[in-house]
Every structure is written in C-alpha cells, then in structure tokens.
Design a binder for this molecule. Sequence first.
Ligand SMILES: [Zn+2]
Ligand SMILES: [Zn+2]
Length: 172
Amino acid sequence: MQEITISQAREKTRIWQEQGKAWHFHVLFPDCIFNTQNKQYAMVLEDRTSIETFVIYSDNGFAKISQEFLKLHYGDDILKTRAGVVSQERPANTLLAQCEIFKQNKVLWHHHMLFPDCIFNDHPGKWNIVMEGSGEARTFNALYDEEPMDDFQEIEIEYFKEIDPTFNAETQ
Ligand SMILES: [Zn+2]
Ligand SMILES: [Zn+2]
C-alpha cells in the first residue's frame, strides 16, 4: 500500500472519477479492525480497475475530505436526507438500532461500506456494511446482494452528525 498526501489523493480520485474507474475509499479509526498501523487514522483509497491501493495517515479523522470524496463518488445529494423516505424492514435496521445504542452510551462508532471486490471484505461478491464501536470487541455487519444505497446513506448521515460538529444533513 503506497503512502500518499491528501493533495495526491484529490488528484487521483478526480482522475479515477473522470476515467470511470471502479474506485472507493475507507476511513480507518486508530482502533479499527482494518487498521494495521494502529496509531493514527488512515484513509485507504482503492482503484479496483487497476488494482492499486493507496493510504494517507493522519491524526485527524478526515471528516471534511471524506465528505468531499463521497460527493465526488456518489454526487452532491449523497449526504442529504431524502424527504418522505420511510425506513423499510431490512438488515441495516439492526445496524441503525446498534448505532442508536452507541449514541445513547456515548460510544464513538464508525462503519465501513465494503464493496464486493474490496480488499477488506471477508465476503467477496457481497456488499457488506461493518459497524464498530470504540472499545467494543464485537463488530456488527449486514450483507447484501445489491448495493444498499438507502442503508448506506442513512448510516453516513448519522456518522457525519457524530464526527463533524458543523455537519448539516439538509433535506434534498
Ligand atoms: Zn473500522
Ligand atoms: Zn475497500
């Protein structure tokens, strides 16, 4: 995994998006199960088209840049609450319920959307959302056959409410 700077990451993601590459990224907390460095936050960027993986390490949680990259990848509406969307009965209700428990207990939590071809995915071929609470040995996850955009979007919005005091999930 090659270490790069934030400005290099900006340049790479812009080019990947322009070229239609299958790319995605992850933010790994210092205590994250996927963080092998274990001292700092890591942002991992994967270009699955060219099978290249890059990493940035930082003492901060990449709150702003991850919002920027999400919008680049999914479009500007990704972090806006959709008016009139009612939660369906679905696996991530468990994750969202767990998220509420973390919030009530003031446990810092984060999650990962693992793409079917993601280097961290123990269930290749499935979409896999993993949720972790700081200091909790247990992880929570939900597997999907199709890209779970509704669940992903709800969890992302809850996540940025937690980590970014200036975040405002305006309605689309
Ligand atoms: Zn993690
Ligand atoms: Zn990945």
